[in-house]
Design a protein around this ligand. Structure first.
Ligand SMILES: [Zn+2]
Length: 88
C-alpha cells in the first residue's frame, strides 16, 4: 500500500531564499527546521540540502544555548501547530 505523503514537495528553503549564512539570532529562519516542540526536523522531512542542514543544526544549537529558542517546551503549552503552518 502506498504510503501517504504527509509533507508537501521537498526542496531546500534556504537554497531557495539564497541564504549563505544562517544566523542563530534569527528565529524566523530557524523555524523552517523546527517542529512544534522545537526539535530539529530531519532532512528527510524538510528536504533541506546537507549543507544547509548542517548550518541550521549549528545555528539551532547556538540559539538554544543563547535562549533564542527553548530547549524543551511545556507539554501544556504545546498547541497543535501543523508542520505546514511552520513552513510559512
Ligand atoms: Zn540548501
Amino acid at each position: 500500500m502506498a504510503e501517504k505523503r504527509k509533507y508537501a514537495r521537498k526542496y531546500c528553503k534556504y537554497c531557495e531564499a539564497k541564504i549563505e549564512y544562517i544566523d542563530y539570532k534569527d528565529a524566523k529562519i530557524l523555524r523552517h527546521s523546527l517542529s512544534e516542540r522545537y526539535k530539529i526536523m530531519p532532512r528527510r522531512l524538510t528536504g533541506n540540502c546537507k549543507r544547509h542542514q548542517e548550518m541550521v543544526e549549528l545555528a539551532i544549537k547556538r540559539a538554544r544555548h543563547t535562549a533564542v529558542i527553548p530547549y524543551i517546551i511545556d507539554t501544556r503549552k504545546v498547541v497543535a501547530v501543523p508542520f505546514e503552518q511552520i513552513q510559512q
